[in-house]
Each structure stands twice: as C-alpha cells, then as structure tokens.
Design a protein around this ligand. Structure first.
Ligand SMILES: Nc1ncnc2c1ncn2[C@@H]1O[C@H](COP(=O)(O)OP(=O)(O)O)[C@@H](O)[C@H]1O
Ligand SMILES: CC(C)(COP(=O)(O)O)[C@@H](O)C(=O)NCCC(=O)O
Ligand SMILES: [K+]
Length: 279
C-alpha cells in the first residue's frame, strides 16, 4: 500500500492507495498541530510500503513525520520545489521558496491540461499560472476564508460559511455580525480569484483552463465566473506525477483527474475586465 500525505498549515490529509490496482482504499485528515495518536483518524502503517509527502507545515512537522515513518516503512519520498520538473519551469526567483503544495498543483495541472491556472483554497488561497511550454509565471497568495475570519477577532470563528449556500446568498449584505463577516470574506476571496484570472489572461493574451482545489474549493467555486474544474486530489496527483509507483501512474493516469474545462474566448474575459474597470 502507498501512503500519500498532503500536510497543509491547517490539516494533514492522508490517503492509502493500492500499489497494484491503483485504487484509493481509505483516506482521512488530522489537524496539523496535533500529534498522530492512536484512536485518531490516522492510517494503518502496518500495510504501508512507500510514502509520498508534500508538506508546507513547520519543518519540525516533517522531521517528526519522517522519523515516525522511517521505522515502519521501506521508502519515503519527500517532494520539493525545483527549478524544472516534468516540463514546468518554476517562475520563482528562488525556486526552492515556492510552496511545495503549489508546485504539486502546478505540475498536476500542467500534466492534465497543459497551460493552466491553479487555485488552491486552503489556509491560504493561492493562484498560480503556467503558460504553454511550461513557463510557470509565479502567482498570488492571499489569506484563506478561515484566516480572514479569524484575523477580524469578532468572535464569529465558529460560524462557518454554509458550504451548501448559493453564491447569491453569500454575496447579499449581512444582517448579523457573523453573516456580515462571512459574506465580506467570501466576496473578497471570489472577487480576487475572478479578477486575478482575468488580469493575467489579459496580460498574457491567453484564455487558460482553471483548476480549483483545497478544503474550501466547493464553496469558492460557486462564486467563480469562468468555467473551471474542481480537483480535490490535485496535490496528491502532483505526488503521483513526481514519484510514479503503480502501473496506472507510470502510464500518466492521475487519480480523480477531472475533464479539463474548456475556457471561454479571450475576448469575453477582456470584455468582463473592461466592464469591471468602469465600476
Ligand atoms: N471539515 C473541515 N475541517 C477543517 N477545515 C475545513 C473543513 N472543511 C472545509 N474546511 C476549510 O478548509 C480549510 C483547510 O483546507 P486545506 O486545503 O486542507 O488547508 P491546508 O492545506 O492549508 O491545511 C480550512 O481553513 C477551512 O476553511
Ligand atoms: C502559501 C502557502 C502558505 C499555502 O499553504 P496552505 O494554505 O496550503 O497550507 C504555502 O504554499 C507556503 O508556505 N508557501 C511558501 C511561500 C510561497 O509559496 O511563496
Ligand atoms: K492553499
């Protein structure tokens, strides 16, 4: 069995994948700040031969995780950002400084769709761009929904945005503090994604397919105006592409990959941008 780990700043996500059939056997998540303890939602290490890790948490989390795994597991692959991987050139001045979760997303996106825009809605919301030929432009980082809410310190932290709400409801003026906060941060997040996408497509004269991932992908997706696909396992797909182990992975198949969305014509994006500049 393969254990894939996507350690974010908030949640450490894991899944067990069958090395022969490539099927996902189980998955779960634990808070990144917590230690792995029996009884919690942690994987059964007895069945694991190989581990693949993407971690953006403090270095100590990775060190502890590696120590824990080395005793039980044969091989541990840890993903790192690089100058060039699988045809994608890292846009950062110092490539090693790019968050490895962003790098995994960009590699997965490029494998699936070629040039693309990758939006990861987790603790932070990150928006990255890759052009034809694999040139990663760099990207944008803003606080995620939860961080925005917590930074206000209005005691509304435990009133989550209802993930089933329609974008329309979430964009209406709030009539209680929690609602005003939730609608405010939601508008901030989706406006940023919509605007950044349009600005970069306009600058680069290309309409790019957009892929969306992360814990808040579903709710943010409802406010995104352009066609896009949601891909919850995008970071894992980057790990599969970097460290292919199963027959399906070696053949370039990434688990849970959506059909790449067909982007709207560039003229339409430009018209929307021109209109919003008037407001
Ligand atoms: N069941 C959940 N538990 C915790 N956070 C959740 C849950 N569902 C959605 N979220 C949202 O997802 C975010 C975490 O998403 P994730 O992509 O795992 O973040 P990270 O990779 O930064 O740890 C939280 O900040 C929260 O806004
Ligand atoms: C931007 C991030 C904090 C996002 O992390 P996440 O929300 O997925 O936990 C992470 O990718 C990171 O620590 N990046 C390093 C800085 C950078 O990418 O420039
Ligand atoms: K993120």
């Amino acid at each position: 069995m393969i254990l894939d780990l996507d350690i974010g700043n908030t949640l450490s996500k894991w899944r067990l994948k069958d090395s022969v059939s490539s099927e996902i056997r189980s998955r779960g998540a634990v808070w990144t700040r917590d230690e792995w303890k029996p009884g919690a939602d942690i994987p059964d290490l007895e069945v694991v031969e190989t581990v693949r890790i993407s971690s953006v948490a403090r270095r100590s989390v990775l060190t502890q995780t590696e120590r824990l795994l080395k005793d039980n597991v044969r091989t541990v692959h840890v993903a790192r950002p690089a100058h060039e991987t699988l045809g994608v050139t890292n846009g950062y001045v110092e490539p090693g400084r790019l968050g490895v979760d962003r790098w995994m997303g960009v590699l997965a996106g490029y494998q699936l769709a070629g040039a693309c825009c990758v939006v990861d809605c987790g603790s932070a919301i990150t928006i990255d761009f890759v052009l034809p030929g694999g040139r990663h432009l760099g990207g944008y980082i803003l606080p995620g929904l939860r961080l925005m809410k917590e930074s206000l310190k209005l005691g509304t932290g435990n009133v989550a945005i209802d993930p089933d709400s329609e974008a329309d409801e979430l964009l209406a003026p709030g009539r209680r503090t929690a609602e005003a906060v939730n609608h405010g941060i939601y508008l901030a997040a989706v406006s940023a994604v919509n605007r950044i996408y349009a600005e970069v497509c306009d600058r680069e004269s290309i309409s790019l397919p957009m892929l969306v991932t992360g814990g808040d992908a579903l709710v943010v997706s409802r406010g995104i105006q352009v066609p896009h696909a949601i891909w919850p396992d995008m970071v894992y797909a980057g790990l599969e592409a970097c460290f292919p182990l199963t027959a399906a992975e070696r053949a370039g198949k990434m688990a849970g990959a959506p059909a790449p969305p067909r982007p709207v014509p560039l003229e339409k994006i430009r018209a929307g941008l021109a209109f919003s500049s008037l407001l």
